[in-house]
Design a protein around this ligand. Structure first.
Ligand code: GLY
Ligand code: MN
Length: 424
């Protein structure tokens, strides 16, 4: 079940409907199509972030139609009642729509076999939805859609294309994604509460990692301890695959093989994030496996930490996370210049940070400056492959009226503090 009051989702839909109407010559007639994610046998189901943001509903295979007057209809695949035998449905065709803030819940199309939607779309399976969209086009209404473009969202893009094709004689779908991206970028207080919970769980997992760390441990054993803590605390899925890389693998930015044995002179990059209540955390620490950084490791570590503190000190509304045009306001550019003073900039190959929310790399344009309510990461890193030294330090920040608040401030990060934590 959702963790928010159901009105939160109705209000988000209302805002979207108004914005889509405005963007289409003040249209009052029309609707926006939003598709849920589909189940996959290999993975635990996780709802699509756009669909979750707008409906708070965690059923797969559903489609929501948000009328420009703000009312919403939920279309569910009709399995003739078989689904409830197999899974614990959150919402079904016999649910009371008002308890989900919806006007109507109706079948998507004809009765389907089985209990789970496939991703080969048939006109019969979507007939009711297609008919309803066509009726809107017939009355000269606008039909919009919201869909992401990441690899995980390909199936939803395919479904959107299928629906667009089925309704093509009516007109072309208006793409309302950027409107939702702008809404999603600014976090409410309730969202911050969940992000803080995801962060607190991730901090607990870092403490577990520091506690069990020792030479001879395999990276995947460390990963197992981390993810066990996530699950124990109700974060059943990580927000992204855990990166636990020691030695030369500290220099592989998205290393997820996690199959090496940690040796006593290694550093280990632990870049992890729990997802809680659909919200992500993303926190990186770089630990010395022996419990003590070598002088060279410590030197690099301290430059990365100084870069992070520099960025956090100057971050505020009006600054950009990155911006190639107004460089002096770009945190990424300024940190690169900071590293340049030490001749280290060539060892900093990635972005300084990203927005974070329902997705770890959350939606939102980087062309607009930071604004209060944004949540983002600051994660400078230096990677010296020839020396098997990779260091990344990452914390999560909330933009306030005058600067930023570090949401993960209680997780130690000074070199000496991390040594103390490991040796405790
Ligand atoms: N935590 C992985 C990343 O931000 O890319
Ligand atoms: Mn990150």
């Amino acid at each position: 079940m959702t963790t928010f009051d159901i009105d939160v989702f109705s209000q988000r839909r209302q805002k979207l409907a108004v914005a889509v109407g405005k963007a289409n010559q003040q249209q009052e007639l029309g609707a926006i199509v939003v598709c849920a994610a589909f189940e996959e046998e290999r993975r635990r189901f996780r709802q699509n972030s756009y669909f979750y943001y707008l409906f708070g509903i965690t059923e797969p295979g559903a489609v929501g139609l948000i009328s420009l007057d703000g009312h919403a209809t939920l279309y569910l695949p009709d399995f003739g009642g078989a689904r409830s035998v197999w899974v614990d449905e959150q919402v079904s065709l016999s649910s009371d729509p008002s308890s989900f803030g919806l006007a109507v819940i109706k079948p998507m199309g004809e009765v389907q076999r089985g209990y789970s939607s496939g991703t080969v779309f048939t006109a019969g399976g979507y007939q009711q939805l297609i008919n309803d969209i066509k009726k809107i086009f017939d009355k000269k209404g606008v039909v919009g859609g919201v869909w992401g473009e990441t690899a995980g969202e390909v199936v939803i893009c395919n479904l959107m294309q299928f629906l667009q094709q089925a309704c093509l004689d009516g007109g072309v779908f208006y793409n309302g994604t950027a409107i939702v991206d702008a809404l999603r970028r600014v976090k409410s207080e309730q969202e911050i509460v969940l992000i803080r919970q995801a962060i607190d769980i991730t901090i607990a997992a870092h403490h577990v990692a520091a506690n069990v760390l020792r030479p001879g441990l395999k990276e995947c054993e460390l990963q197992a301890e981390i993810e066990a803590e996530f699950v124990r605390q109700g974060a059943l899925l990580p927000a992204f695959p855990s990166i636990v890389g020691g030695g030369v693998k500290t220099t592989v930015l998205h290393y997820v093989e996690n199959n090496r044995v940690l040796e006593k002179d290694d550093l280990v990059v632990v870049d992890i994030g729990a997802e809680y209540g659909y919200y992500a955390a993303d926190l990186t620490r770089t630990y010395p496996v022996s419990g003590k950084y070598s002088p060279r490791q410590r030197e690099i570590y301290d430059w990365v930490l100084a870069a992070q503190q520099y960025a956090a000190n100057i971050a505020k509304p009006g600054m950009f996370l990155r911006n190639a045009v107004v460089k002096e306001q770009s945190l990424h550019w300024l940190v690169t210049e900071f590293f340049k003073t030490q001749g280290l900039e060539k060892f900093f190959p990635h972005g300084l940070g990203h927005y974070m929310g329902l997705d770890v790399h959350d939606v939102g344009t980087y062309l607009e400056p930071l604004q209060p309510g944004d949540v983002f990461t600051i994660e400078p890193g230096l990677y010296l492959r020839d020396e098997s030294i990779g260091v990344r330090i990452e914390d999560d920040y909330l933009v306030t009226a005058s600067g930023v608040t570090c949401l993960s401030a209680v997780l130690p990060k000074k070199a000496q503090e991390l040594e103390n934590l490991i040796n405790k």
